[in-house]
Design a protein around this ligand. Structure first.
Ligand SMILES: [Cu+2]
Length: 166
């Protein structure tokens, strides 16, 4: 009789039970392994998710700082005025220089357009136009302020009948 067959017949019930227990512990270890694998998988995915979140937060920060940086950049606006002579140019540029947020201004007498560089955090186009109109000149579609216009010397008034030198 072969050893194997002998074992099957001769092993008593309690031994059979113990063998079942062995099988059970075997399955339990399988289960443990499976659980471990699941844990590893979970941690792996968690790390991936964290990595994704990190890059997301990073790109958000980059975008936000980009927006803030863009806001800090000075803006330039071109405004058509009713300036006539060099005195008008000097007057407008001086008043703009004294107004808040204006960094630079240059009026071209050929086309009467003043180019203003300003800090958008401190001022805006409307305020710049207001400075120009209060000085007594038209600013694009905004007409000159009456009081400011009155103060201008006769030669600098847009409706002046006097002849001007370029
Ligand atoms: Cu003038």
């Amino acid at each position: 009789m072969r050893k194997h067959g002998c074992r099957l017949i001769l092993y008593p019930d309690w031994l059979q039970t113990s063998r079942d227990t062995v099988i059970f512990t075997d399955e339990s270890s399988k289960r443990k392994k499976w659980r471990n694998d699941l844990k590893t998988l979970f941690v792996y995915h968690l790390i991936n998710i964290m990595r994704m979140l990190k890059s997301l937060v990073f790109s958000c920060c980059l975008l936000l700082s980009g927006l803030v940086w863009a806001k800090d950049e000075p803006k330039t606006v071109k405004i058509k005025t009713s300036a006539i002579c060099g005195m008008c140019k000097a007057r407008i540029e001086k008043n703009l220089a004294f107004s808040k947020g204006v960094k630079e201004s240059n009026l071209d007498l050929k086309d009467k357009v003043v180019t203003v560089t300003y800090d958008p955090k401190k001022t805006n186009e409307e305020q710049i136009k207001e400075t120009i109109t209060k000085t007594g000149y038209d600013a694009d579609t905004v007409p000159a302020d009456a009081k400011g216009y009155e103060k201008l010397p006769a030669c600098c008034k847009k409706d002046s009948k006097m002849s001007h030198h370029e």
